[in-house]
Design a protein around this ligand. Structure first.
Ligand SMILES: C[S@@+](CC[C@H](N)C(=O)[O-])C[C@H]1O[C@@H](n2cnc3c(N)ncnc32)[C@H](O)[C@@H]1O
Ligand SMILES: [Zn+2]
Length: 280
C-alpha cells in the first residue's frame, strides 16, 4: 500500500485506456480491469512499452544526483522554488504538484515539506529514480512514465507543474493544468558548469533555450523570471557527481569516473534560469 499513491489516486488515470483508477493494496487498477503492481518500494510502473526506454537515469546517475542535491546551490534552488509556491498556494487549501521528469522527486519533496496540505505526483522514466522518489515522503507519489507519451494524469489536475532540468512536453503540461495554474521551469544557463564541461570535454548547453520555451508557451503569461547563480569549489568526487547527474552521465565510463574522482579541486559556476508561467 502506498499512502502517497492513494492520496493522489483521483488525478491518476490508466495509461492504457485513460480511465480513472483505484489504488487498492498492492495494485492500481482501472474500471476496465487494467492492473499495475505497486513495487515494494512504493512506486507504480505505468510504462506500456518497455522497449522505448532511453535517456532513463542509471542507478549511478541517481546516486550522484542525490549527493549533488545536498550542495548549497541545489538546496537554495529548492528553497526558491518553494518560495514561489508560497504565493501560488495562498488561496488553495490542498494544492497538487505534478513533476514530470522528476527524478528522485527532490523538488516536489521540498514543496510538500514546506506546505502541510500539499501533495505531489513525481514521474520519471527511470525506475532507479522512482525507487528513491517513493521513499521521500508519504505525500510524493512516485510513478514510472514517459514524458513523451500521454501522461497518466487526468485533465485539469495540477495547481503547479514543476519542470526542473527535465524533458518538456508542453502539450501534456497544459492538458493536466487547472485553469489559472502555474508552470515553473528551471533550465541551465550557458555558463552552468562551464568549467567542468570544458575540463572534461563534456556536452554543452543548448543555445536559446529560454527563447524556445517562451515560443512554446503561447497560452501562458510569464509572471516571474530570475537567474540563480553561484560558484563553488568542488573536489574530484563532487565534480564527478555533477557530470554524472546531467546528460553527460549517459556517456561516462567506469574508467572516466575513476579518473574524474581524482581530479584536482576547481571552482565551478552554477547558473540556472527560473521562469514561472500562468496558464491563461
Ligand atoms: C537532469 S535529470 C533531472 C531530474 C530532476 N528533475 C532533478 O532536477 O533532480 C532528467 C530526468 O529526466 C528523466 N527522463 C529522461 N527522459 C525521460 C522521459 N522520456 N520521460 C520521463 N522522464 C525522463 C531522467 O531519467 C532524469 O531523471
Ligand atoms: Zn485501463
Amino acid at each position: 500500500m502506498s499512502k502517497a499513491l492513494s492520496a493522489i489516486q483521483d488525478i491518476l488515470c490508466c495509461p492504457h485506456c485513460a480511465g480513472s483508477v483505484k489504488v487498492t493494496g498492492s495494485t492500481v487498477q482501472c474500471e476496465a480491469g487494467h492492473s499495475f503492481d505497486i513495487a515494494r518500494q512504493g512506486y507504480v510502473n505505468f510504462l506500456t512499452d518497455q522497449t522505448f526506454i532511453k535517456n532513463a537515469d542509471t542507478a549511478e546517475m541517481v546516486d550522484a544526483r542525490q549527493k549533488m542535491h545536498m550542495r548549497t546551490f541545489f538546496q537554495d534552488l529548492a528553497h526558491q522554488i518553494s518560495d514561489i509556491c508560497e504565493g501560488i498556494f495562498q488561496n488553495i487549501p490542498a494544492p497538487t504538484v505534478v513533476e514530470p521528469g522528476g527524478g528522485t522527486g527532490f523538488y516536489a519533496n521540498a514543496i510538500v515539506k514546506r506546505f502541510d496540505t500539499a501533495s505531489a505526483l513525481s514521474f520519471d522514466i527511470s525506475s532507479h529514480a522512482a525507487k528513491v522518489c517513493a521513499r521521500q515522503s508519504e505525500r510524493v507519489a512516485s510513478v514510472v512514465a514517459d514524458v513523451w507519451q500521454r501522461w497518466p494524469i487526468s485533465d485539469n489536475s495540477a495547481d503547479v507543474v514543476l519542470s526542473v532540468f527535465s524533458p518538456r512536453n508542453f502539450i501534456e503540461t497544459e492538458r493536466v493544468m487547472k485553469p489559472g495554474s502555474v508552470l515553473i521551469v528551471v533550465t541551465p544557463e550557458e555558463n552552468h558548469l562551464v568549467e567542468l564541461r570544458t575540463k572534461f570535454n563534456a556536452l554543452g548547453i543548448e543555445r536559446d533555450k529560454s527563447e524556445k520555451i517562451a515560443k512554446s508557451l503561447e497560452n501562458f503569461t510569464n509572471i516571474h523570471q530570475s537567474v540563480l547563480e553561484s560558484t563553488e569549489l568542488l573536489n574530484g568526487s563532487a565534480q564527478c557527481d555533477s557530470l554524472l547527474s546531467g546528460p553527460n552521465g549517459h556517456h561516462v565510463s567506469a574508467e572516466d569516473i575513476q579518473l574524474f574522482s581524482q581530479a584536482e579541486p576547481i571552482t565551478v559556476t552554477h547558473c540556472v534560469n527560473i521562469s514561472v508561467w500562468k496558464l491563461g
